[in-house]
Design a protein around this ligand. Structure first.
Ligand code: PMP
Length: 383
């Protein structure tokens, strides 16, 4: 048999899968490993999807998305993000992941370097490697609330650097990049002629103040922002995201969509119109719930003297487990065995996180409290 494509075969598996499978085989396990909202999609959105099906709106759409949704996206971008966009800037995709991957495919090729956060959600690194380019990690440290150090970023830029990937609010840290930091990143990108690939999927979950999009200061058209409804409207299974890019890039992203998936689901697109035009009360309630859960988690950590930083958004928290060793993958398994609490190993998000596990706040308050207490008791028992 001839070999498979080397780069595809070499793509690393996502480390969380292992722990998820072990967790599902552990009766009575508390699940703090899953990065999926534990809310239902709001009813008015479900209804729009049902009406789309009943009205026979079940065919292919244009690769860019239906005009009604493009209009809703433009309106939302202007109202909530301060971004001026037209249909030529939008590609609607099945989930933010497709928007992100297609954008990376549109910009990055063999030999390029791309600055990526460490820790980060695994996907950009995997796809950059798949394309034969080099992901160059910049470190996010708990001491700074997991925000990047501009001096380090400056040092990492080389003549081969094509783009910088940012994610705020961030998975897995919950870090929120302040506006001044984003302005600094934009200035750096402009100086070295870099693209900025900004993953803003958690935009609605900022606990103090509002999300600031780097796209809103993109005077010379080098930012591509990725948004989606999976998290904001608890719609992971609907698979709906969108990329906002300068028109020539958007055209290529759209061509890639055509080649890869033809278009996003017509039904989900109708539901997305309802989501983006609808009231944001339920989104706001979800944000408040995540904030409450974060505070519960921080209280537990403080109670055990294990507080390290305060996540400003998203629904994750990194917990320092260095007293248990130096291999977060083993530690996550140990915690599952000994405490029946599933967490995501830090190394699933980057090599800097060998001594952290991620807990997800997309769980019930009681589970967060009990689960984290069990983890903290185990950690402090080894002090
Ligand atoms: N970006 C980040 C940072 C994520 O955590 C996720 C999902 N976990 C995505 C993008 C993709 O979201 P989706 O494809 O469901 O829209």
């Amino acid at each position: 048999m001839k070999p498979m494509a080397a780069r595809a075969a070499a793509m690393p598996p996502f480390e969380i899968r292992d722990i998820m499978e072990l967790a599902w085989q552990t009766p009575g396990c508390i699940h703090l490993e899953v990065g999926q909202p534990n809310f239902s999609t709001p009813e008015y959105i479900n209804q729009a999807g049902i009406e789309a099906i009943q009205g026979g709106f079940t065919g292919y759409t244009s690769a860019r998305g239906i005009p009604e949704l493009q209009e809703a996206i433009c309106h939302k971008l202007l109202q909530r993000n301060g971004i001026k966009a037209t249909a030529n800037n939008i590609t609607v995709c099945p989930g933010a992941v497709t928007a992100l991957d297609s954008t990376v495919m549109a910009l990055v090729e063999q030999g390029d370097e791309v600055l990526i956060p460490d820790p980060a959600w695994h996907n950009p690194k995997a796809i950059i490697g798949f394309l034969g380019a080099t992901p160059v990690p910049y470190t996010l440290k708990p001491e700074t609330g997991f925000l990047p150090d501009m001096q380090e970023l400056k040092k990492l830029v080389s003549t081969r650097t094509k783009a910088i990937v940012i994610n705020t609010p961030a998975n897995p840290t919950g870090g929120v990049f302040p506006r001044e930091l984003l302005e600094g990143i934009y200035t750096l990108a402009r100086k070295h002629d870099l693209y900025v690939l900004s993953d803003e999927i958690y935009e609605e979950f900022v606990f103090d103040g509002n999300h600031f999009s780097i796209k809103s200061i993109d005077d010379d058209e080098r930012v591509i922002s990725i948004f989606g409804l999976s998290k904001s409207h608890a719609m992971t299974g609907w698979r709906l995201g969108y990329a906002i890019a300068p028109a020539p890039i958007s055209e290529v992203v759209t061509k890639l969509q055509e080649a890869l998936v033809s278009c996003a689901s017509s039904i989900s697109q109708k539901a997305a119109v309802a989501a983006l035009c609808g009231p944001y009360d339920e989104v706001e309630k979800m944000c408040q719930a995540y904030k409450r859960r974060r505070d519960i988690a921080l209280d537990v950590l403080r109670g055990y003297g294990l507080y390290e930083y305060t996540p400003g958004g998203a629904f994750y928290l990194m917990v320092n487990v260095s007293r248990l060793g130096n291999d977060s993958s083993q530690i996550a398994k140990q915690l599952l065995r000994e405490t029946k609490v599933a967490t995501a190993p830090g190394t699933a998000f980057g090599s800097s996180m060998k001594q952290h596990v991620r807990i997800s706040l997309a769980a019930k308050e009681d589970d967060i409290q009990t689960g984290l207490e069990r983890i903290c008791r185990t950690i402090t028992s080894r002090a």
